[in-house]
Ligand binder design. Structure first.
Ligand SMILES: [Zn+2]
Length: 67
């Protein structure tokens, strides 16, 4: 007899963990969290595809965060 509880089902459904900081907020591109272009702002590390995007973010972070 196999019993699958709701708890176990939701555990299976949580296979994909939400990742933070792997989208370049400037251009919207997916970036690896191993990207060398990262910037820490308000306790959060943001990642960028290029130095170009990183500079844009640094100049006006609130614009990209949506604050
Ligand atoms: Zn970019």
């Amino acid at each position: 007899m196999v019993t699958v509880t709701d708890k176990e089902l939701s555990k299976l459904g949580m296979h994909i963990e939400p990742s933070v900081g792997d989208i370049d907020l400037v251009c919207g591109m997916d970036v690896s969290q191993k990207s060398r272009y990262s910037l820490q702002y308000k306790d959060t590390t943001y990642f960028f595809c290029s130095d170009h995007c990183k500079t844009h973010f640094r100049d006006d972070p609130e614009k990209y965060i949506g604050g």
